[in-house]
Design a protein around this ligand. Sequence first.
Ligand code: KG4
Ligand code: ZN
Length: 361
Amino acid sequence: MLLLGLESSCDDTAAALVRQMPGQRARVLSSVVVGQTELHASFGGVVPEIAARAHAEKLDLCVEKALAEADLSLADVDGFAVTAGPGLIGGVLSGVMCAKGLSAATGKPLYGVNHLAGHALTPRLTDDVPYPYLMLLVSGGHCQFLLVHGPDRFERLGGTIDDAPGEAFDKVARLISLPQPGGPAIEQVAKAGDSKRFALPRPLLDRPDCDMSFSGLKTAVLRTRDKVIEQKGGLSVKDQADLAAGFQAAVTDVLAEKTRRALRKYLDHAPDVRTLCVAGGVAANKAIGHGLETVSRELDCAFIAPPLSLCTDNAAMIAFAAIEQSQLRGPDDLTLSARPRWPLDTSQPAMLGSGKKGAKA
Ligand code: KG4
Ligand code: ZN
């Protein structure tokens, strides 16, 4: 099965070709991602209308490039997979309409895929991880623990009740005059910082569940920054580094402790192969990765972090998720609709909050 995947739910336009041969592991033949960072830079966040227009302009170019890189044509493709939600509705619509056009023109099947399922199934593409495994999804728009039982069976063990961690990194970077995206900028300056100088909170650790909150932590950084400015008339490079290091350490502690709790719940299911997986841009952070790896070692679990290109938004994960799910269900038809919200685990109450990168599910 050779699927062409499309992704346009946030601020990356992507197309990819993934092939699965019987009895073999799926292979990514090409994966094209075109970002929009510069289009949104002056607005301090993703502007949905601008994003949707850019996706509509770039999708066909991404498809052409993905086909050219794999040295294939539309005639070789067996079907089309597209992110049908959750995300910014204009962007999701651009992708869904493009995929419907391709499907209608070629007469080949169309698969609507949940973006979060794409992230959550990636460890099976990269590392052949057997079900069930625990997935921590941490990006600019999402933060949740998913117990992955099968290609379309996900149990949400907890998640953020307000901001996603990446969003908090971006906002804190702005507070201490660092560039966007905030995550890599904070990680860089935090190297020279003293994480213990400022006492910052570890929100919701007093609650026994796996839910998290990062909005109060961001406000605590703001108050601490204002106090320093009041006392010294400004922020020195040292103050900036100490604030960055303190914030990063607080996020790491919260994610590590909540992961410990989620892992215990997961281990109650007595999995044959005990595995913690991460996905999302924040997983690129070395301190956070180290914290998560330490917890998984402590609980005798393997730790899998896919390469960054497959951890952040991409279309290969969408094509692969459709291949996995096609074992359980047939294709969609042209009535497939774009969904701004689409929780993976409908047995749980909806998550609160809505981040700059779209609705959280
Ligand atoms: O998964 P991603 O590329 O896009 C979506 O959110 O969908 O994640 C981007 C987020 C941004 O908020 C960025 O600041 C954060 O991931 N990020 C990081 C690091 N690299 C990217 N956060 C912390 N440390 C990093 N090294
Ligand atoms: Zn994503």
